[in-house]
Write a protein that binds this ligand. Structure first.
Ligand code: PLP
Length: 460
C-alpha cells in the first residue's frame, strides 16, 4: 500500500475535537423545504398537531428553518462517545487496486451494534422523549436497522420501545428481531391484532406479509392511543437530517484537520437522512457561496424517487395516515420490486434533499443492484469491511468516479458515506454469489400507477 506521508490511513478526531452542535442546513437554504401539510385541511401542520404524534422538542426542530446551529445536549454527546467519532478512512488499498489518481475517503458509520448511522438520530429522539417524561416510543422497522438502533437508545435511557416489524422481515430476519429483544424492545409482527388499523388490514387481506406503510400506520396508532407514548421515525423528517449532520460535521472537521478539500461527495439515498447529514456542512458552504462541491445522491434503479419521481406533495406512508410532505416521490402506493436487496425502498425522499435537488444544487444517479453488489464485493475484498447493500450504492458511484479520473488523469478527491455493515444481508449476498440476482427497473407504466395515486394538492 502506497501511503501519502501526510495523510493517515484513518483520520480520527480527538474527543475534544468532536462537534458539539448539529448543523441545520435549512437555515442557509434560500428556498426552504415546503412545510408538512395536514391531509385533511391542506394547511401546514401546526406544532400542536405535530405534538400529538412527536415529542415537543423534536417538533421544534422539525419546524426550525432559521437556527443554523443547535447544541447537542451533553447526554447525547456522552452516548455519541461510545461509538464516535466515526473514522474517516483513506481508501488507499482501493485506490491502488483501481490504479486511479483519485483520492478516495469514506466515512464509516457501521462501528456500532446496530450496524448503521441510524443510532445518531435514535439516541437523540429517545433522549427528547425521556426528557419530556414519556414512558416510551413506538416505531416501525422494515429490514430492522432502525428498530435495532432505537432499541439500543431506549435501553440506555430506560425507555419502553415498541417496534412494529414488517411481518415478512420478522419471519425472515429472526436475528435482527432477537437483537432488538436483547435490548429490551417488544417486537410485534405487522400487521397485528394489537391495533385497529392492523385488524382492519388483516380482515381485508388475510395472510398478508405486511409492508412498511402498514407498520407505520400501526406504530402511529399505538403512540397516539396510549398515554405517555410518542412515535419516532428513522429517516425522511427534517429533525432526522439535523441529527445526522453529525456525520458531515465530523467529516468536515477531519478533512479540515489535514487541509483536504473534497471535489465530489457521494451518499446513498433511501429516505435521505445519511446523505443529507453527510452533505449538510458542505452544502452550507455551497449555499453561502463560499465553496463548490459536486454532490451525488445514489439510489436504486428499482426505486428511483429522485431520478424518475415527481416533486409533489404525498403521504409519507402507504396507509395514508401521515401528514403530506413535498418531496420527490414515486407515489405512496408504489411497491418496489421485492427482489431488491437493499433497504433503499422508500417511495419518497427527505423534503430537504428534494428541495436541494430540485434547485440544482446536487445530482442524483440510479444504479442497478448487480452492479452495486459487484462494487460491494470488490470493496469487501480490498478494504476489508463487509458493506451494507444500501451503503454499496455509494461505493458503486465512488468507484465509477475514480475510474473516470483514471481515464482523464484528474486527481479528484472523492468522499463517500459508508453507512453500515451487511452481516444481516447475507441472503442478498447469497443471491449475488449464486448468480441469481436480477436487476428490475420499473417501466414508465409501472411508475404511472404510483403517480396516479398522488393526492390532489393545489399549487400555491
Ligand atoms: C436505513 C439505511 C440507509 C438509508 O437511509 P437514509 O435515511 O436514506 O440514510 C442507508 N444505509 C444503511 C446502512 C441503512 O441502515
Amino acid at each position: 500500500m502506497k501511503q501519502d506521508k501526510k495523510i493517515p490511513y484513518k483520520i480520527y478526531l480527538e474527543e475534544q475535537e468532536m462537534p458539539k452542535k448539529w448543523y441545520n442546513v435549512r437555515a442557509d437554504m434560500k428556498v426552504k423545504p415546503a412545510p408538512l401539510l395536514n391531509p385533511g385541511t391542506l394547511q401546514p401542520m401546526t406544532a400542536e398537531e405535530l405534538g400529538a404524534v412527536f415529542c415537543d422538542e423534536l417538533v421544534q426542530q422539525e419546524l426550525d428553518n432559521d437556527n443554523a446551529y443547535i447544541d447537542i445536549p451533553q447526554e447525547i454527546l456522552d452516548f455519541y462517545k461510545m461509538y464516535r467519532p466515526a473514522p474517516l478512512v483513506r481508501a488507499y488499498c482501493l485506490e491502488e487496486k483501481l490504479q486511479t489518481p483519485a483520492k478516495i475517503y469514506y466515512k464509516f458509520e457501521g462501528n456500532n451494534t446496530s450496524g448503521s448511522h441510524k443510532l445518531n438520530s435514535a439516541i437523540a429522539q429517545a433522549y427528547y422523549a425521556k426528557k419530556q417524561g414519556l414512558k416510551g416510543v413506538t416505531t416501525e422497522t422494515g429490514a430492522g436497522q432502525w428498530g435495532t438502533a432505537l432499541s439500543m437508545a431506549c435501553a440506555y435511557l430506560g425507555l419502553d420501545c415498541e417496534v412494529y416489524m414488517v411481518k415478512v422481515s420478522y419471519e425472515q430476519k429472526p436475528f435482527r428481531r432477537e437483537v432488538m429483544r436483547t435490548y429490551g424492545a417488544s417486537v410485534t409482527p405487522s400487521p397485528s391484532t394489537t391495533t385497529e388499523i392492523g385488524k382492519k388490514i388483516l380482515a381485508e387481506h388475510p395472510g398478508t406479509t405486511g409492508s412498511l406503510g402498514c407498520a407505520i400506520s400501526e406504530a402511529v396508532e399505538a403512540a397516539v392511543s396510549k398515554e405517555g407514548y410518542r412515535y419516532v421515525l428513522g429517516s425522511v423528517l427534517n429533525q432526522v437530517l439535523l441529527h445526522q449532520s453529525i456525520i458531515g460535521m465530523e467529516t468536515k472537521a477531519a478533512l479540515d484537520k489535514y487541509g483536504i478539500e473534497p471535489d465530489i461527495i457521494i451518499g446513498c439515498a433511501g429516505g435521505g437522512s445519511n446523505l443529507g447529514g453527510l452533505i449538510s456542512p458542505f452544502m452550507g458552504e455551497k449555499l453561502r457561496g463560499e465553496k463548490d462541491y459536486q454532490i451525488i445522491a445514489v439510489e436504486p434503479a428499482s426505486c428511483p424517487s429522485l431520478t424518475r419521481g415527481k416533486f409533489a406533495y404525498d403521504f409519507c406512508d402507504t396507509g395514508m395516515v401521515t401528514p403530506l410532505a413535498k418531496m420527490y416521490t414515486l407515489g405512496s402506493g408504489f411497491i418496489p420490486s421485492p427482489n431488491h436487496a437493499g433497504g433503499l425502498r422508500y417511495h419518497g425522499m427527505s423534503p430537504v434533499v428534494s428541495q436541494l435537488y430540485h434547485d440544482g444544487l446536487m445530482e442524483a444517479r440510479a444504479v442497478e443492484q448487480t452492479a452495486v453488489f459487484e462494487a460491494a464485493e470488490q470493496f469487501a475484498r480490498i478494504e476489508g469491511i463487509l458493506p451494507a447493500p444500501e451503503s454499496s450504492h455509494a461505493i458503486r458511484v465512488a468507484i465509477d468516479e475514480a475510474l473516470k479520473c483514471k481515464e482523464t488523469g484528474e486527481e479528484k478527491t472523492i468522499v463517500f458515506g459508508l453507512t453500515g455493515t451487511g452481516y444481516f444481508d447475507m441472503v442478498a449476498y447469497e443471491k449475488f454469489n449464486n448468480g441469481v440476482m436480477s436487476d428490475y427497473i420499473p417501466t414508465d407504466e409501472d411508475l404511472q400507477i404510483g403517480f396516479n395515486g398522488l393526492p390532489d394538492v393545489p399549487e400555491k
